[in-house]
Design a protein around this ligand. Structure first.
Ligand code: FCB
Length: 457
């Protein structure tokens, strides 16, 4: 810890004026198996196929090794525990649990997650598993096909049976909206399809898979366990505020946000999504989908800007953010969109318990020097997002925790290794871990349970 504490920047707790989060607020970090684990010891997946296709990943890298997490997690956990991180949102790789068929349950795969969970607990870090963070074993097919729904639920039950004695909070899906729209419509994620109908099928089948998984988990786990799910939720704006882009922006709000959260809370699909997914809906699906989760996870990076575009799929295209929004290496920075979306969820879905299950910044970090990476830019952005989360809390939103994306630099899907999000730097060749100053800043926020000012100078 001494390496990352910076005594020249004492915490800006100013006589109690800095508002704190609720006393039970969870300070965590997030990661996923498909972005950190190697391919060793698991079955082939949809993302293996994606990045083995030439030209699919921007920097030409693959997911063969990622950060070598299976071997290096002790170093990661030691740094995180040293910073006082309370929870680790990680994911279980479905292709590691059922590598080649429904009945091919891997003892080695389950043993690995057993060890990982025990190591977290031994360090005082609460494990928060996500059951599905995008990696589908090849044998299980994809979300155009209804059969995958029960397969995913059966897999969830296998994991819950094994780890349920030590884990009491579960996240079922990660960002089904990214999967459906980036993977089945926009071709930039696995399975790299370019079809509106495939996207509608993927919307409904992920919602159904999630509902069935909730049922399987509730049947397997004690009633005291808390089960939630995570969606990438973004306020949608018409590009330039122009009237002619408004209808397209509203359509995106339906497809990106409400198609996933409305049915989860028993409101059904909003129009026009209901009509678009109708060919895939079977009697009895909607009550299964209305799982009424114990909490809702929101991943937030920035707003979406949309413009109408007659010849594009859905009649729209991604627009430009306002010129004054600062950019990172990947997304632009809009802290007030975080407050806006949390407040909206609070009002629209009956004041649910909310967690920010991901937020973070890809930055062009300098290389490590004297055992630390000086990432002042990330700290400034993080401070602004923590303050935005705090603002929602101050308005009565039941915000129960926040997970920084990501614990370490990792493999960023179609972007490859170029996007560094971590609080911990990973050397691409040696895989050595070096803490960044942002980990020290996060540690001080945890210590004070507050969104502290970014250090100046
Ligand atoms: C989210 C994903 C996560 C990571 C971050 C940057 O959409 O859930 O895996 O890629 O974006």
């Amino acid at each position: 810890m001494t390496a990352i504490h910076d005594p020249s920047h004492p915490p800006a707790i100013d006589g109690g004026a800095t508002a704190r989060f609720s006393p039970d607020f969870v300070w965590g970090v997030a990661a996923s198996a498909a972005q950190t684990e190697s391919r060793r010891g698991r079955g082939p997946s949809n993302w293996d196929a994606f990045c083995d296709a030439r030209g699919a990943v921007l920097d030409g890298s693959t997911n063969a090794l990622c950060t070598g997490f299976e071997e290096h997690y002790p170093a990661d956990l030691a740094l995180l525990a040293g910073a006082g991180v309370q929870a680790f949102r990680f994911s279980i790789a479905w292709p590691r649990i059922q590598p080649s068929a429904a009945d091919s349950v891997s003892a080695a795969g389950l043993d690995y997650y057993d060890r990982l969970v025990d190591s977290m607990l031994a360090k005082g870090i609460t494990p928060w598993p996500t059951l599905f963070h995008w990696d589908v074993p090849t044998w299980a097919g994809d979300f155009r096909d209804r059969d995958i729904c029960q397969r995913l639920a059966d897999y969830a039950a296998i994991v819950a049976e094994r780890l349920g004695d030590r884990i009491s909070q579960w996240i079922v899906l990660n960002e089904p909206n990214s999967v459906a729209l980036r993977g089945y419509a926009a071709q930039i994620h696995a399975p790299a399809l370019n079809s509106a109908d495939a996207a509608y099928a993927a919307i409904h089948h992920q919602n159904l898979a999630q509902g069935l998984a909730f049922q399987a988990l509730r049947a397997t786990l004690p009633g005291t366990h808390r089960i939630g799910t995570t969606v990438n939720l973004q306020p949608v704006r018409a590009e330039g505020g122009h009237a002619e882009n408004q209808a397209a922006a509203q359509r995106v709000d339906m497809l990106w946000n409400r198609a996933f959260v409305d049915p989860l809370y028993g409101k059904g699909y909003p129009q026009p999504v209901a009509e678009l997914v109708a060919p895939f809906v079977v009697d009895g699906d909607m009550p299964v989908i209305a799982a009424q989760p114990d909490f809702l996870g929101m991943n937030y990076y920035s707003r979406i800007y949309i413009k109408q575009a007659a010849n594009h799929m859905f009649g729209l295209a991604q627009g430009q953010p306002p010129h004054d929004a600062p950019a990172t290496d990947y997304f632009h920075v809009e802290p007030d969109g975080l407050t806006e979306m949390l407040v909206r969820l609070h009002h629209d879905y009956g004041a649910p318990e909310l967690y920010v299950t991901e937020t973070g910044f890809a930055m062009p970090d300098p290389p490590p020097r004297d055992g630390v990476v000086d990432d002042a830019g990330r700290i400034a952005h993080l401070a602004s997002y923590l303050k935005a989360a705090q603002a929602a809390h101050a308005q009565g939103v039941r915000l129960k925790g926040l997970f920084y994306w990501s614990a370490t630099d990792n493999w960023e899907w179609g972007q490859g290794f170029a996007k560094r999000f971590g609080l911990i730097h990973v050397d691409r060749t040696s895989l050595a871990r070096t803490p960044k100053r942002s980990l020290g800043y996060f540690a001080r926020c945890i210590e004070h349970n507050a969104a502290l000012d970014a250090p100046t100078g």
